[in-house]
Design a protein around this ligand. Sequence first.
Ligand SMILES: *Cc1c(COP(=O)(O)O)cnc(C)c1O
Length: 427
Amino acid sequence: MNRKRSNALYRRALELIPGGVNSPVRAFKAIGTPPVFIERAKGSKLWDVDGNEYIDYVGSWGPMIMGHAHPRVLSALRKTAPKGTSFGAPTPLEVELANEIRKAFPSMELVRMVSSGTEAVMSAIRVARGYTGRNKILKFEGCYHGHGDSLLVKAGSGATTFGIPDSLGVPEELARHTLTAPYNDLERVRFLVDQYPEQIACIIVEPIAGNMGVVLPEKGFLEGLRKVCDEKGILLLFDEVITGFRVAYGGAQELYAIKADLTCLGKIIGGGLPVGAYGGREEIMEKVAPLGGVYQAGTLSGNPMAMAAGIATLQYLKTQKVYKDLEKKTAYFVEKIEEITEERRIPISINFATGMLTLFFTEGPVRDYTTAKMSNTKRFAQFFIEMLEQGVYLPPSQYEAWFFSLAHTQKDLDQTLEACDKALGKI
Ligand SMILES: *Cc1c(COP(=O)(O)O)cnc(C)c1O
């Protein structure tokens, strides 16, 4: 494929923007090729600035569950924009979206809108600390919760209990309050909880992990977290920024029938515009200003354009048989790709939930960050490049989820499978 204009733009971007991108994973750093600059998108397709067409499985990292430029979303935006795009005052749209969210997530009795998933998680952690009067939080290795200071931490080694920051600029004094455990490791959680009695404000978890590639909670894991939290006065915080309105309308907590104390949303609820939300039990959320002493604010929070796109998206998801459709597509794809990799005798492990999957280049099973890291990332990079050349745009990292949308057609899936077969034959 010719990417002359993309490459020229990238060179110019490098002079203006750190690394040429406004979010690191867009840089294709793990692949070692320049990123593709996108001009437009429609349904399941992307077109780059050189006119190349791709079937898209990034979906803006999750939000585009209806496909790109969906007429309903565009129409909502067209209706909203002429009335003004921000007032810094309450609007009916915020109430409507909060109502839709609460109907889907009954555990979110009060909902606060923010402008990104990162902001939602940062705020929810502050609320958890403010409510419990405790400083420590417990997270899982390989789970991503946005780039807030307390969350950019993983364990240095299996034995480390104190958090070590993953990023420069995060004070150790703060990172120290973040404990980490391997995903699916309840025993480790119990150990840490006993080690720090009455010091842990919340356990934060992606109830289906998407940011080390897809990793499912094993039977009893989420239930076990719920139990530990109840016993020890710890809040259970579900980060459903990806899974909310994706794996089911009511997210992973509907799927697994577990009530979180606090929930964070983002991505899909903005229909492709910048949004996040956090919410939970009334007595907890009543700590948020102006009701309570936990301060959190936002000039553009509840922005009318984002609310309108979100409402249009949720209303569509609610009325269509969308999750059955997504489930069918995902299952079909998994079945076929398993046939292909078996035939080619390529060691691969596939984890999936409705509308999301990861093809790990390792024998598996992948059940946590350590087993995910056993993947052959060189092989993934080769595979990615081959797929891109055949017009399939995958997430440019082994440790990300491919997202299916309602706009993907049977033809898209079959074309993608054919491309996979060819790509796997070459690597
Ligand atoms: C994307 C993501 C976030 C951060 O959301 P942003 O809108 O990128 O700030 C937080 N948690 C999870 C699970 C995510 O996937």
